[in-house]
Design a protein. Structure first.
Length: 268
């Protein structure tokens, strides 16, 4: 992978543009990259002018961002360990997971910068899920299955917390930008695993039963007060209706899903 790519490659173009515009040297060079060592400086400038800092944010937003940070730290450490695990990720797929890792790492750095001293300490993780997946870093199928479950959970978690960010347009916008990238991740992982890119009913596909809570509730057919399954739409099955809409997860549901993977540092 191109060594000039940096953590900023994980952010949406509009956000990268705001960061890059603060760096004359980058503008003159016509690049969008920053050295990793200097990236926190640019992120700090963005946080202070656009978001304020952790202490200036309502507590409900601080809580949501720390919840997101927990999930992003989990994913970042998961991919970092996987990429360092010998003979785990095949050469044909390595660039996929390198890019996902860089995206997640960028999300962590952004969230920590926005939160400032309100950010939670980095938790410690057990990516075997307390023994549920003992070969997660030696068996590629197990690794990609856990990866899919993490990313699916992240997509639904961001969706579930969007309402709590509505008092701050910029933070909501950025959270939605991260949300859509997480959705791209899981679609790519599903492709790698030979799965279709969307969820049918609440099916976990070929994932083990322990992954089922990630998919619970996806069989919902009522949206905006209308139960689409009762409208008898010609040619559209109930399964197709569930595929057309993704569902949010509550904080409590997400916490229950990720708890086995957090050894210590799970926020109250």
């Amino acid at each position: 992978m191109d060594n000039n790519k940096t953590i900023l490659a994980g952010l949406e173009p509009e956000l990268v543009g705001r960061l890059v515009s603060r760096r004359d040297a980058i503008a003159k060079a016509g690049k969008i990259g920053l050295a990793v060592a200097s990236a926190p400086v640019a992120l700090g400038a963005l946080a202070s002018t656009t978001f304020g800092q952790g202490g200036a944010l309502p507590q409900v937003i601080v809580d949501v961002l720390n919840f997101a940070l927990l999930l992003e730290e989990n994913e970042t450490e998961f991919y970092r360990t996987a990429l360092r695990s010998r003979n785990l990720v095949p050469r044909t797929d390595r660039k996929v997971f390198e890019r996902i890792f860089k995206n997640e790492d960028a999300h962590v750095k952004l969230l920590r910068t926005v939160l400032g001293d309100k950010a939670i300490p980095k938790p410690t993780f057990d990516h075997t899920g307390g023994g549920l997946y003992p070969d997660v870093f030696s068996n590629y199928q197990t690794f990609t299955g856990v990866s899919q479950s993490f990313e699916e959970t992240g997509v639904r978690a961001y969706k579930g917390q969007a309402g709590n960010l509505m008092s701050n347009d910029k933070i909501l916008e950025t959270a939605l930008q991260i949300h859509s990238v997480e959705a791209r991740h899981v679609s790519e992982i599903r492709r790698v695993r030979g799965q279709k890119g969307w969820i049918t009913d609440s099916s976990r596909g070929n994932l083990p039963a322990s992954a089922q809570p990630t998919y619970d509730g996806e069989d919902n057919t009522t949206h905006g007060g209308a139960n689409l399954a009762t409208l008898n739409i010609p040619g559209i099955s109930q399964a197709a209706i569930t595929e057309a809409f993704d569902e949010p997860l509550t904080k409590e549901q997400v916490t229950a899903i990720v708890r086995p993977f957090i050894r210590s540092g799970l926020p109250a």
